[in-house]
Design a protein around this ligand. Structure first.
Ligand code: NAD
Length: 393
């Protein structure tokens, strides 16, 4: 019997596992944690919308089949010429591998950035950001240090903008809880490019900017961070801004294990793959999600989104089943459904199936995508469990 190993239980790895489980094909999935967390919703967790732990679901709940094995371990090395994966819990061999280890933060070599900023990447980092901000508000009365009430978010892509939206909606709660004057709070979003949310059209970019600015955010475009120190960012203009909370949402690159394991990679470290999602170097290894670069018909790479990672996961699993059954491989054809960004708890902006949406309708569409994803993982049971938790707050 062929041995299938999936590395990573993010959107790509998990959807591959769900596909294999439905197909009755045995597999092992190796992941750092025993749960899958909702990466695209971490801003809600960091910004106080619901309890952080509610943004995860145990893998055993989604993958209960006796033919699936969940291994809690951290991958340290892949030896594709020997069909081996090394982890902190031992070595595993495979006949087919799905590499779905996601991305790593991109710091662009900016001095001090990695050392002095928070990242929004996991349940733990969401918790850190949330607790840290709350501590600053809680201790403000002791010395009235204005930098405690200043939060800097570096980067105005989807992650940065959704986080800023969440923070501005959380501030009134924090201010009343700790008796802090709301006028003293500053949520500053610094973006090097001339626009925010570059994947949306100009009109929607303006909508997002106006909504967030009205809610109290200070969004500064054409403002590049060039150096970061403890509680201070320095800008290309020479200005520096002091803040006790500095969060970096300025970009991602592939997991370094791609290049370290000898896979051919592009300049952002992403593995080169063919139309069936196989590594161009090893045909029994499928690389999916943010660790791979898939070139579209226009010659440009697709952006690293959860949507594409999930679709790649299903296709990689399907193609492994095809290989096992001696059937021809099926090419990956992404089905781009659009982009939606939340702008806090009740508003959003986006472009779905060619339709532009903003305000409450966009926020509702975003809620619908959450339900659809939960359904794909665990049917109605999963939808009602999570919706129940999230609606309590
Ligand atoms: P990003 O690369 O999309 O955006 C980062 C932003 O930071 C850019 O606008 C960039 O100009 C800015 N920046 C870079 N260096 C800077 C500097 N020195 N100073 C100031 N600004 C700087 O990063 P992201 O938002 O983390 O998103 C990463 C990928 O993940 C994207 O492809 C995005 O579409 C995807 N994503 C998807 C979802 C989802 O599927 N719902 C959610 C979040 C992110």
């Amino acid at each position: 019997m062929a041995k299938i190993v999936i590395l990573g239980a993010g959107y790509g790895g998990l959807l591959a596992a769900v596909y294999l489980q439905k197909a009755g094909e045995p597999f092992a999935i190796i992941n750092k944690h025993t749960y899958h967390h909702f990466t695209t919703l971490l801003h809600e967790a960091a910004g106080g919308r619901n309890d952080v732990d509610e943004y995860a679901v145990q893998l055993s709940e989604i993958l209960p089949a006796p033919t699936s094995e969940v291994i809690k371990a951290e991958v340290s090395e892949i030896r594709p010429t020997e069909n081996q994966v090394l982890t902190n819990q031992g070595t595993h061999t495979y006949d087919y591998l799905i590499f779905a280890l996601g991305n790593a933060p991109e710091f662009f070599g900016i001095p001090g950035l990695a050392e002095h900023s928070f990242l929004l990447r996991s349940l733990n980092t969401a918790k850190e950001i949330r607790q840290h901000i709350e501590q600053q508000f809680a201790s403000y009365k002791e010395d009235e240090d204005p930098t405690k009430l200043r939060v800097i978010v570096g980067g105005a892509g989807l992650t940065g903008i959704e986080l800023v939206g969440e923070l501005v909606d959380w501030i009134p709660e924090l201010c009343s809880k700790y008796a802090v004057p709301k006028d003293e709070v500053e949520i500053i979003n610094l973006e090097a490019a001339p626009v925010i949310l570059p994947m949306l059209n100009e009109k929607l970019q303006h909508v997002a900017y106006d909504v967030l600015t009205k809610k109290g955010a200070d969004i500064r475009t054409n403002t590049k961070i060039v150096r970061v120190g403890k509680d201070v960012v320095e800008l290309a203009s020479g200005e520096s801004i002091e803040a006790k909370t500095i969060i970096w949402t300025g970009g991602v690159r592939a997991n370094p294990l791609v290049a370290q394991s000898g896979f051919q990679a592009d300049n952002r470290g992403r593995a080169k793959i063919n139309q069936f999602l196989q590594s161009v170097d090893f045909e029994n290894v499928f690389v999916i999600g943010d660790s791979a670069v898939f070139i579209g018909e226009n010659g440009k790479p697709y952006p690293p989104t959860a949507q594409i990672a999930s679709q790649m996961g299903e296709k990689a699993a399907e193609n492994i089943c095809n290989l096992i059954q001696g059937k021809p491989l099926s090419p990956f054809t992404p089905n781009l459904k659009g982009t939606l960004a939340s702008l806090g708890r009740d508003l959003g902006v986006g472009d779905v199936a060619g339709m532009k949406a903003s305000g409450i309708p966009a926020a509702l569409l975003k809620e619908f995508t959450k339900v659809k994803y939960l359904y794909s993982l665990g049917g109605l049971k999963m939808v009602s469990q999570k919706r129940g938790q999230w609606s309590r707050h």
